[in-house]
Design a protein around this ligand. Sequence first.
Ligand code: SAH
Ligand code: DHB
Ligand code: MG
Length: 236
Amino acid sequence: MSDMRIWISEKEAIVGDDLWTVMREVDGYIADLFAPRDEALVAAVEESRRAGLPQIQISPVQGKLLQLLTEISGARKVLEIGTLGGYSAIHLARALPEGGKLVSLELKDRHAEVARRNIERAGVSGKIEVRVGEARRLLQEIAEAGEEPFDLVFIDADKEGYPEYLEFALRLTRPGSVIIADNAIRGETVLRGEDEASRSIREFNRRLAEDERLSAVIVPVIRERVDGLAVARVVT
Ligand code: SAH
Ligand code: DHB
Ligand code: MG
């Protein structure tokens, strides 16, 4: 650590692997301080792994940030697209006030089943409704039901769907609402537009930046690879 150079100047360059090692340590330091071990969250990850779900939930630091953004926004009604084992849903629900509600959409029955158990164990089942089905269909149903707008939408399902999910998020929110999306960077794949998923996210990011109804930014995130959390406020 001591001879690792992390200051970039004209005279100093960082060897890529060293920088990444430092970044992982930084994320660990932040996680230890602000997202310490939590039994319900550890159990959620462990049970999801045992059930054979992919280990692609947000990081503990992202979870804490999601929780804070939800609290700061004063959200009472939240929509999540992509439940998996309920790890992010538990963070969102914990940030909700008494009477708050999270609707979380999940394609796979098996994922929803594991999520419901994890949510129950975390003691937040009264605040979360997991709906199973293709997100596009469920979002269409929600839009047609014409219910009250959501205060916050968290997008984290199939990456190809992101541009469409953004359109729905705009339809289902109000000025002042918050729209957040995971995987806005996805390693370097989004920078290069290497695959279909990455090209969809590039499109999503470009719309976030250019749409005059939104004010947004991407916060870099340290995970297995570099990633990003997109955060937007609905302006009009
Ligand atoms: N938000 C979760 C991780 C979600 S992973 C967390 O951080 O804890 C992405 C999830 O989206 C997977 O469970 C996957 O089954 C689901 N998904 C993928 N395509 C979908 C679609 N078309 N509609 C709804 N859910 C979908
Ligand atoms: C992956 C990661 C995610 O956060 C996600 O939502 C979907 C897939 C992945 O690493 O494959
Ligand atoms: Mg994700």
